[in-house]
Unconditional design. Structure first.
Length: 89
């Protein structure tokens, strides 16, 4: 990710599917100040460290309110709308 987009280019958020729920992606997002909007894997465990605070919040919200509610609150559903539109092209 950091090699594809110039370091001086601001990025507010990164939306990706569960395949992006990795240590490397979370650390890269933290380093650049990017809010990751990535659904945690089904059996995701809490991780220590500042790089995982958004991920840990997502895990807690999914456990407490359900994945569908988390997806709605986080704006994750916009990802599928974008994918559907891109498929039209």
């Amino acid at each position: 990710m950091h090699e594809q987009i110039p370091i001086d280019e601001p990025i507010a958020s990164l939306t990706g599917d569960g395949a992006y729920d990795t240590k490397t992606v979370n650390e890269a997002c933290h380093k650049r100040g990017i809010m990751p909007i990535i659904p945690p894997r089904k059996r995701a465990q809490i991780r220590k460290g500042a790089a995982f605070s958004a991920r840990n919040d997502s895990i807690a919200a999914c456990r407490r309110f359900g994945r569908d509610t988390w997806k709605e609150w986080s704006g994750y559903h916009r990802r599928s709308l974008v994918e559907a539109k891109m498929n039209c092209f």
